[in-house]
Design a protein around this ligand. Structure first.
Ligand SMILES: Nc1nc2c(ncn2[C@@H]2O[C@H](COP(=O)(O)OP(=O)(O)OP(=O)(O)O)[C@@H](O)[C@H]2O)c(=O)[nH]1
Ligand SMILES: [Mg+2]
Length: 316
């Protein structure tokens, strides 16, 4: 699935972050606990390289607890990285977060050497909700839609502890095919930039692999159905039928995606660390092959080399 959703504000955010990072002590990257690998932005990794990093697997209330444990182990084994799982709307974990930041940057204390923390991540992952939880009031605007925060904003948590909220950013080229579908299913991509039926079919395939019992419980789906047939069953079950009793697959796709996002199918994680590692190496091979083909086509004079003016951004 080709996703081209890198609006202008994301491009500006990338530039602003590259500047801001120079005066930041700890980077908190929010990942979606349902898709930790796919929600890790390689572009942010590049910008924040070398900074102490705290990874938060957010929306853990919607994710599969066993898989979340696996991901936490995976991240906590990496040097210079700490990982915690939380639900950004609860208040209690804030103390754990502060403690983790202080552990990662122990010399930052007091007004003369304040702790400066940057919160970043993909759109709609819960950055502003987390800030509100930490600050203790509705200071930042939040919403169940990608692209709510449009510019960087500073919040004072307490004397000598500053937090920066940033707009969610994606990256211009998603090389892992599954990641595109998972990001779309989770709500990280603007709704006009993907095809709901295509995403729903992939979501059904993924759910049939990992959680067949949840599909049976929610929609009465039997094992062994093709994804198209499964979508038809969902349409009929929910009364989504068009004239002539034809199942309305578009409506069924919207229902499935909506119910996945809200957690009403069950606590689901779409990927494990091992699965994601395999997809990523496959994606890298395919990307290398694509670049090679492109280079050969340029050499043979079939296409002209890409000429992207500096500062250009794809936008929808
Ligand atoms: N279930 C659940 N929902 C959450 C959690 N954290 C945030 N949300 C919801 O996710 C949606 C997005 O939250 P925001 O805080 O606006 O996300 P953001 O990362 O700031 O998004 P952008 O500003 O668009 O990049 C809102 O509807 C929140 O209520 C969580 O831990 N669990
Ligand atoms: Mg926000």
């Amino acid at each position: 699935m080709a996703i081209q959703w890198f609006p202008g504000h994301m491009h500006l955010t990338r530039q602003a972050m590259a500047e801001r990072i120079k005066a930041i002590d700890v980077v908190i990257e929010l990942l979606d606990a349902r898709l930790p690998g796919s929600s890790a932005n390689p572009m942010l990794a590049q910008i924040t390289r070398g900074k102490p990093a705290l990874k938060i697997l957010n929306k853990q209330d919607l994710a599969d607890p066993v898989r979340t444990e696996g991901w936490l182990d995976h991240y906590n084994r990496q040097p210079g990285t700490r990982a915690l799982a939380l639900d950004a709307s609860e208040a209690a974990p804030t103390r754990r977060l502060l403690a983790a930041c202080r552990e990662l940057a122990p010399t930052r204390q007091g007004l003369a050497r304040p702790m400066r923390v940057l919160i970043c991540g993909i759109p709609n992952v819960g950055k502003s909700t987390l800030i509100n939880t930490m600050v203790g009031k509705r200071a930042a605007r939040t919403g169940d839609e990608a692209g709510i925060t449009r510019s960087e904003q500073r919040f004072v948590l307490e004397d000598g502890f500053y937090l920066w909220d940033t707009p969610g950013v994606l990256w211009p080229r998603i090389i892992v095919a599954q990641s595109g579908y998972h990001l779309a299913a989770s709500g990280a991509i603007g709704r006009n930039a993907y095809d709901e039926q295509e995403v729903a079919l992939e979501l059904l395939a993924s759910l049939a692999r990992g959680y067949p019992q949840l599909l049976t419980a929610r929609y009465g789906l039997e094992a062994g159905l093709r994804e198209e047939q499964a979508l038809e069953v969902i349409a009929r079950k929910r009364g989504a039928v068009s004239a002539g009793a034809r199942p309305n697959l578009q409506k069924a796709a919207e229902i499935l995606i909506h119910e996945f996002r809200g957690g009403s199918i069950g606590r689901i994680s779409l990927e494990t660390a091992d699965e994601y590692a395999a997809w990523l190496s496959q994606g890298k091979v395919l990307e290398a092959e694509r670049l090679l083909r492109k280079e050969q086509a340029v050499e043979a004079g079939h296409i002209r080399p890409a000429r992207r003016p500096a500062g250009s951004a794809r936008s929808r």
